[in-house]
Design a binder for this molecule. Structure first.
Ligand code: NDP
Length: 444
């Protein structure tokens, strides 16, 4: 059995009931196979892949909190510090009932390569809890965040591990967590990113993942003689990534006709009204059923269905494994040219393969959504030098980073004979830097 196959089998055997983690490991290891097989004996002797797929540290803890009626609830908190070869652990905190150790490990593993692709000195980590902020009062969310940070603060710091937002963790949650960290540790430092602008946050961090997704998509289209201008775009999700992806797509001259949340989806043939979407999701924290009140010509449908709408470009921005094989077939039948992932691993393995085999330009999330973490790293830089950069300055750096990510993954794919395969390109380009750093630092 080849070394890659051996390690994949071992990951599955040693981490049962973690299908998303298996999926992420399989995708990366399959892609870097040519690099490994070129030097297999050496990698095997150094147990390089075993060290890559086993997190440096996994922290799991109890999070007790008290609701508004005085009843006590207990959730589980996680932080997986996956790989610090190229910098302090960096990656978001997900608050969603579906969170378990396998989900956090898949996200942490992906984060290693994503962070490497940004070209910035950040290692890979991820965390979160099975707490559901939906339907909770502000005070309940605050008490949860304080309890979560009371334990987490023992393991993080501006130079060791710097968490950020993710699904369910936005500016409100980061604020409560930062306040608790400061109270316990007595340190005002850049320990979290995605902070509010009045206490060390970076301009353009809120917009960064969505904007970055569009910068890389536009760059890819330009390299193929096209652009976002006049494209019809289908987006899933209605959270942080989706909202700012829609906004930037519109600024680049495209028309975005859908968005979705976990209960239903909206089709607006005149183009999504971003101001209305922001009010519903960011201010009222309400469901998408409300969208029709703002835009009577739009349609609301229960369940999932955005991928059946005809488009040139599809941007999955909600969650993992939300774009299935049947959806991919529908997109191809409708003439879709490009799928770029805003979410982490939103496209299933068979759907990805089908899209690539059908000639659709496909950029995986670890490259196309790297703008969020890249801007988080810019927030860390600003915190370290105790300065705040202008929106334009951060945005310009973000754009440059995303264009570089595109060229890096494109070049890596070409170098190994997989031209146009951005999955292989992203995994190899991300891996090579981590590999070099791991080798330089010895067996640790
Ligand atoms: P948000 O919580 O702001 O929004 C998530 C959106 O996806 C919501 O519309 C939510 O609907 C929907 N959603 C969540 N879970 C499900 C589900 N199981 N089924 C269907 N819809 C679902 O999160 P973000 O926008 O921050 O994150 C979206 C994705 O992007 C995630 O994969 C995240 O890991 C990734 N990402 C985020 C970055 C960031 O900077 N925020 C950076 C890089 C990647 P509802 O409101 O009904 O729950």
């Amino acid at each position: 059995m080849s070394y890659v196959d051996e390690v994949i089998a071992e990951v599955i055997a040693k981490n049962p009931d973690e299908p998303e983690f298996h999926q992420a490991v399989r995708e990366v290891l399959e892609s870097i196979r040519p690099v490994i097989e070129a030097n297999e004996a050496q990698f095997r002797r150094d147990a390089l892949l075993e060290r890559l797929v086993n997190p440096e540290r996994q922290i799991k803890f109890r999070v007790p909190w008290i609701d508004d009626n005085g009843d006590v609830h207990v959730n589980t908190g996680y932080r997986v510090q996956f790989n610090s070869a190229i910098g302090p652990y960096k990656g978001g905190l997900r608050l969603h009932p579906s969170v378990n150790i396998g989900i956090i490990k898949f996200l942490g593993f992906e984060q290693i390569f994503k962070n490497s692709l940004t070209g910035l000195p950040i290692g890979g980590g991820k965390g979160g809890s099975d707490f559901d902020p939906k339907g909770k009062s502000d005070r309940e969310v605050m008490r949860f965040c304080q309890s979560f940070m009371t334990e987490l603060c023992k393991y993080i710091g501006a130079d060791t591990d710097v968490p950020a937002g993710d699904i369910g963790t936005g500016g409100r949650e980061i604020g409560y967590m930062f306040g608790q960290y400061k109270k316990i540790r007595g340190l005002f430092e850049g320990v979290l990113t995605g902070k509010g602008l009045t206490y060390g946050g970076s301009l353009a961090r809120t917009e960064a993942t969505g904007y970055g997704l569009l910068y890389i998509t536009d760059e890819m289209l330009r390299c193929h003689g096209e652009s976002m201008k006049d494209k019809t775009v289908v987006v899933s999700g209605a959270g942080n990534v989706a909202i700012y992806a829609i906004q930037k797509a519109q600024q680049l001259g495209a028309k975005v006709v859908t968005c979705s949340d976990s209960t239903g989806w909206v089709y607006d043939p005149d183009g999504i009204d971003v101001a209305a979407l922001k009010e519903i999701k960011e201010v009222k924290r309400a469901r998408l059923t409300e969208y029709k009140n703002y835009r009577p010509n739009s349609e609301y449908h229960e369940g999932r269905g955005v991928w059946q709408i005809k488009c040139d470009v599809a941007l999955p921005c909600a969650t993992q494994n939300e774009l299935h094989l049947e959806d991919a077939k529908q997109l191809v039948a409708n003439g879709c040219k490009a799928v770029c992932e805003g979410a982490n691993m939103p496209t299933t393995e068979d759907a990805t393969k089908f899209l690539q085999d059908s000639g659709v330009w496909f950029i995986p999330g670890k490259a196309s959504n790297a703008g969020g973490v890249a801007t988080s790293a810019l927030e860390m830089s600003q915190n370290s030098e105790r300065l705040s950069w202008s929106f334009e300055e951060v945005d310009a750096q973000l754009k440059k980073i995303m264009e570089n990510v595109y060229h890096n993954i494109d070049n890596a794919a070409k170098k190994y004979g997989f031209e146009g395969n951005y999955v292989v390109g992203a995994n190899i380009a991300g891996f090579e830097k981590v590999l070099e750093a791991m080798n330089a630092q010895g067996i640790v």
